[in-house]
Ligand binder design. Structure first.
Ligand code: COA
Length: 435
């Protein structure tokens, strides 16, 4: 889209100059002290990344370029007759720091649809996996394979100059986002629906088309996909998938490699894989208790058992948040509106009442509240998307929008290659006077 490029072309140079000036004039100012605890607990709270797309407040939750989820549900353009924001609109906002018009969003939909052709070799790579292989392994490999065609990679080899890095990065990013739903849907249909593939419908918006290619055309599924693919896009720069994409991208790896690395991070059970683990845990609980409608006492007993076995309760806790995740609440509101009587939603609601007091009673747990993953599975299950080991792939398709919008700015502002300093244990002991 020429409008998007024009804005970045105009806004990047002064912003880049401002950063250079800031570094020159204030580069020696201390912005954050680091304690030994922070080093030993995954660098929590260490301010060391420049990220523009979103910001996470521990109490309030995520804001995308300053807007909360409820605000975005009001302000972002919707599909005709739709009630949920279109992910295209959030991408536009994250990338350009301004709310899109209806036309901007329509144009973006069209642009992504025009880039949705997936090279044949990608399908062949997917087909080389045994049917039933985990979708994240297939998705990560499929994305990495497209590095062959990376416009950034090819241009860089031919001597691309630094000020144009962002332009070719943007082209790769838009191609990748255009192709992702097709690739993920292909993995889904091959794994779980006897390879009965469904052609894209370019007249649909990005999320509705994704649902369509997976085999779901119900209006409520479209609404759910628009919501789901909006709220999972971004969660500040330090989470594993965002940070990994940025880190790998900082070496000037092409966007396909950078995002494949981010997806590999998302596939961990403490991060994006938690959405499938939540459903696996709930099914295990129902199975073990022997009922589809467990009481709160029965749930409580099962939670205690999970903890006594040294397992985490999936979908609860967060590295930054200290309150119920607003992404959880947005999904709960969807459930209350469209599936209030779903028995599994009742279970999820009971779990929400039971788990926080139990986790609160354990001193070491900093956040007893549910995160985004505690709710997403029940919504998908309601509409028949029962193959829960696919859920993280859905998350991954959405996460592309945030981390790749940021990658364009990483290149436009020419952020440096990342290289923090590491030390061994002896050094840390000496530093804190423990020897
Ligand atoms: C998200 C998560 C990884 C954050 O980890 P963290 O930043 O280390 O969180 P905390 O500082 O609160 O963890 C302190 C301790 O409490 C434990 N803890 C945190 N959340 C827990 C949970 N839901 N169930 C049981 N134990 C939990 C941690 O495992 C850690 O134990 P340890 O010191 O024995 O290793 C963690 O809360 C978790 O594992 N949650 C379940 C998985 C999940 O839902 N992930 C998706 C996140 S969006």
């Amino acid at each position: 889209m020429e409008k998007i490029k024009k804005i970045i072309r105009e806004e990047a140079p002064p912003l880049s100059a401002e950063i250079k000036k800031l570094a020159k004039e204030y580069g020696d100012k201390v912005i954050c002290d680091v304690t030994l605890n922070q080093v030993l607990t995954g660098m929590k709270g260490v301010i060391s990344l420049l990220t523009a797309t979103s910001k996470l407040d521990p109490e309030e939750g995520i804001r995308f370029r300053g807007y909360s989820i409820p605000e975005l549900q009001k302000l972002l353009p919707k599909a005709e007759g739709g009630t949920e924001p279109l992910p295209e609109g959030l991408f536009f906002l994250m990338l350009l720091n301004r709310l899109p018009t209806d036309d901007d969003v329509k144009e973006l939909s069209k642009d992504w649809a025009s880039r949705a052709d997936v090279p044949d070799y990608v399908f062949k790579i997917i087909e080389s996996f045994p049917v039933g292989s985990h979708p994240m392994a297939q998705l990560t490999s499929a994305v990495a394979s497209m590095s062959i065609d990376s416009k950034f990679r090819l241009a860089h080899r031919e001597g691309l100059i630094k000020k144009d890095y962002w332009d070719l990065t943007y082209e790769d990013v838009m191609d990748l986002i255009g192709r992702l739903p097709r690739i993920a849907a292909y993995i889904y249909r091959r794994n779980y629906h006897d390879s009965k593939f469904i052609d894209p419908d370019p007249s649909l918006d990005w999320a509705a088309n994704f649902a369509h290619m997976m085999g779901y055309d119900h209006d409520e599924v479209r609404k759910l996909f628009r919501l789901y693919l909006t709220i999972h896009t971004d969660h500040e720069g330090g989470n594993v998938s965002a940070h990994t994409t940025h880190l790998v991208g900082s070496s000037l790896s092409n966007p396909y490699y950078a995002f494949a690395a981010g997806l590999a991070g998302l596939a961990g059970p403490l991060h994006g894989l938690a959405n499938q683990e939540v459903i696996r845990w709930i099914f295990h609980m129902l199975d073990e208790i022997g009922t589809q409608t467990p009481t709160k006492d029965q749930i409580s007993e099962f939670v205690h058992k999970t903890l006594s076995e040294g397992q985490v309760v999936p979908g609860y806790g967060h590295a930054v948040l200290r309150k119920t995740d607003p992404r959880y609440m947005a999904q709960r509101e969807f459930a209350l509106k469209y599936l209030p009587d779903d028995p599994l939603f009742q279970v999820v609601s009971h779990v929400y009442e039971v788990v926080p007091p139990i986790l609160s009673s354990i001193a070491k747990i900093k956040n007893p509240w549910p995160n985004v993953d505690a709710h997403s599975g029940v919504l998908l299950l309601h509409y028949g998307i029962k193959e829960y080991d696919f859920y993280t792939a859905l998350f991954g398709v959405s996460r592309a929008l945030g981390v790749l919008a940021q990658l364009v700015w990483d290149r436009a502002l020419r952020l440096a290659i990342e290289r923090p300093k590491s030390q061994d244990l002896a050094w840390f002991k000496q530093k804190v006077g423990a020897v």
